[in-house]
Design a protein around this ligand. Structure first.
Ligand code: GRA
Length: 385
């Protein structure tokens, strides 16, 4: 077992750390307050190759791997959990699915645009009545000559209102059950597609929207893979997008720890720094230890993917479950450490607190991760299929 991080990986992590310090952290609270989507920063990240780690050079990527992406994603999320979402919209939930299931022509056409962030992506799975239960989604794609006609509605879709391209999951054959689900790469500027932004508690500089498809005609070459491949593509994709959530949770938890440590060192009460009090020391110790455990699970899930095990649903769910728990606990502990200053919107801890709970909701709730892991361990349904 080799826990050593290579010099190359450490360099990439440090560079992303510096990028977040300069380009994200000074502005993140203001963006959050104004619900501003920092498109220019996402584009810079694209230019720097942050979204190309899992994509080979022939399609414009760097090919440096899942662990590299995880470490970069962690550092970006330490700066702004909202900006972290771009790893999924530009790569893991879009470009990567095209790489795994698309034709050479589709790969050449869409992947370089997405990973460079010249085009903004999104992926549309969730619907008002289909959240945890993915296969119950209702959107349809009816074949009509050289086109498919999309009808239905999606909700809680990150970046949808800013997106040029969307991975859309829709039924081409409702009677066939899960085998009738298909995946499409859709031009979001197609007539018949509209979006409406939703307001939310946190992650406010990442826009989240509803999408309506009303007789939206998309060309037949928008189909990814074959008709009926949708289930394979969507579950294969969720197992990669969950990695960015695990990394994002770790990064945000790290920000919580750092804020608590700084406060403990700077704030004095009863004539000594509050870090001298054992109850605060206990909080810091718990946070640091839990974060390291979540980080190790996350790096291991990424490392397995680098070994070619992209279907490591069990290990990825364990990492996501743990990171989701740890980040919410760390946000609460940071809040307790800073108390009134944590609650004040003048410090980022209030933002961390609002952003943290998302990691128990997105990409499969905490209960869904427990279901995946529990049913695997009980021999009911193997997670790594
Ligand atoms: O045999 P079949 O033809 O009926 O197919 C079944 C199965 O073989 C079908 O799916 C197939 N399947 C898979 N195929 C390939 C299942 N898993 C895989 C796989 N890994 N690879 C139905 O399977 P099932 O076992 O009966 O599944 P289920 O009981 O219907 O549901 C399973 C489960 C609950 C785990 C699943 O639906 C699930 O993961 N739900 C959570 C949904 C989720 O994660 N949504 C996230 C939305 S996107 C998002 O949050 C964006 C956030 C952006 C950001 O912040 O990053």
């Amino acid at each position: 077992m080799d826990f050593k991080i290579t010099e190359e990986l450490q360099f990439m992590k440090d560079s992303a750390h510096d990028f977040a310090e300069k380009e994200i952290i000074p502005f993140a609270d203001k963006w959050d307050e104004e619900h501003h989507f920092p498109l220019e920063v996402v584009k810079k990240m694209g230019e720097l190759g942050y979204f190309g780690c899992t994509i080979p050079e022939e399609y414009g990527g760097t090919g440096c791997g899942y662990l590299a992406l995880t470490m970069i994603c962690e550092e970006i999320s330490r700066g702004s959990s909202s900006v972290r979402v771009a790893f999924n919209t530009q790569n893991l939930g879009t470009a990567l699915s095209i790489l795994r299931h698309g034709t050479d022509e589709q790969k050449k056409r869409w992947i370089p645009e997405l990973i460079s962030a010249r085009k903004i992506g999104c992926f549309a799975i969730t619907e008002p009545n289909a959240g945890s239960d993915v296969v119950s989604l209702k959107t349809t794609a009816r074949k009509d000559g050289d086109h498919y006609v999309l009808n239905g509605g999606k909700t809680w879709i990150s970046f949808a209102s800013k997106a040029d391209l969307a991975m859309v999951y829709a039924y081409t054959n409702r009677e066939a059950g899960a085998k009738g689900l298909s995946a499409f790469v859709v031009d979001m500027h197609t007539p018949g597609i509209s979006t409406r932004d939703l307001d939310k508690l946190g992650t406010r500089s990442s826009p989240t929207s509803e999408i309506a498809f009303e007789d939206a005609r998309i060309p037949k070459d928008a189909l990814l893979g074959k008709e009926g491949d949708g289930v394979k593509i969507v579950f294969g994709s969720l197992n990669q997008t969950r990695l960015s959530c695990a990394a994002g949770g770790v990064g945000l938890a790290q920000a919580c720890l750092e804020a608590a440590v700084k406060y403990c060192q700077e704030r004095s009460q009863f004539e000594k720094p509050v870090g001298e009090f054992q109850m605060n020391q206990a909080l810091i110790a718990e946070m640091a230890t839990d974060i390291e455990a979540a980080r190790l699970l996350t790096y291991r899930a990424a490392w397995l993917k680098d070994q070619g095990q992209l279907n490591n649903v069990l290990e990825t769910s364990m990492a996501k479950l743990t990171a989701g728990r740890v980040v919410t606990e760390c946000a609460e502990k940071a809040m307790r450490t800073l108390s009134a200053y944590g609650y004040s919107t003048e410090y980022p801890v209030a933002r961390y607190f609002r952003d943290a709970i998302l990691y128990q909701i997105v990409e499969g709730t905490t209960n869904i991760q427990k279901m995946i892991i529990g049913t695997d361990q009980l021999g009911i349904r193997k997670a790594n299929r």
